[in-house]
Design a protein around this ligand. Structure first.
Ligand SMILES: Nc1ncnc2c1ncn2[C@@H]1O[C@H](COP(=O)(O)OP(=O)(O)O)[C@@H](O)[C@H]1O
Ligand SMILES: [Mg+2]
Length: 211
């Protein structure tokens, strides 16, 4: 499944945040969106994910999500968004609980994504027992568990120290080499975008427009 953004503009009352954004995100491609703080990157991801409707323009989903996809679009956030009282397995399970999977199938999906993200031995750990990089791997595992067509990643490495950021970038590249996932990856860090992105879209200062 591809995503096509057609001439998107968005404002919050008087504040024009995005203007005339055209963008295609094609299957198995990592598109990085780079821009200064406040230029509208997170807003753009929310519009892509359907959490908000753009005032002008539209986001089209072209083609079918992967077979067995439970959610075509999933988010990964800077702050990991893990529930501290749930184990790693319990946090991954969160994404699956709204879906009609038997407990056996759910267990199988969880084991599978934990293995793919190198967390197989940590299923019963609590978030506080994990490093920041591992917490973000849990969030990535949770996102993968629904077989998304596109992962929407909002500064996923920004809360991590530089060494951990490097390691996790390597993990993401390995994962992409194995699985060829599709992502729209937002960051204010140009070096990260250059390393990860197949394409880089630079947003200007507000109102953000594509260059
Ligand atoms: N729900 C909202 N209501 C009003 N203003 C908002 C809302 N969300 C974001 N903004 C404003 O829109 C601008 C862009 O925000 P955001 O998309 O979060 O930028 P970025 O992620 O690039 O830092 C900022 O000035 C922010 O204060
Ligand atoms: Mg943001």
């Amino acid at each position: 499944m591809d995503l096509r953004l057609n001439n998107i503009s968005h404002a919050y009352e008087e504040l024009q945040v995005l203007k005339n954004i055209d963008l295609d995100i094609r299957q198995s491609e990592i598109v990085c969106i780079v821009g200064p703080s406040g230029c509208g990157k997170s807003t753009l991801l929310r519009l892509i994910g359907g959490l908000e409707q753009p005032q002008v323009g539209e986001v089209q989903q072209i083609g079918e999500p992967p077979p067995g996809s439970l959610n075509p679009l999933t988010y990964i956030f800077q702050d990991f968004a893990l529930l501290p009282w749930r184990t790693v397995k319990g946090n991954v399970s969160l994404a699956l609980e709204d879906h009609d999977l038997g407990s056996k199938e759910r267990g199988r999906v969880i084991d599978d994504v934990l293995r793919r993200t190198g967390l197989a031995e940590f299923g019963d750990a609590l978030p506080r027992q994990l490093s920041g990089g591992m917490k973000q791997r849990v969030a990535i595992a949770r996102a993968l568990s629904v077989r998304p067509a596109v992962m929407l990643m909002d500064e996923p490495l920004s809360a991590l120290d530089s060494q951990t950021r490097e390691l996790l970038m390597g993990d993401l590249i390995d994962l992409w080499m194995n699985e060829g996932f599709t992502a729209c990856y937002v960051t204010h860090n140009l070096a990260e975008a250059v390393r990860l992105g197949h394409r880089i879209v630079v947003l200007s200062r507000r109102p953000g427009t594509c260059r």
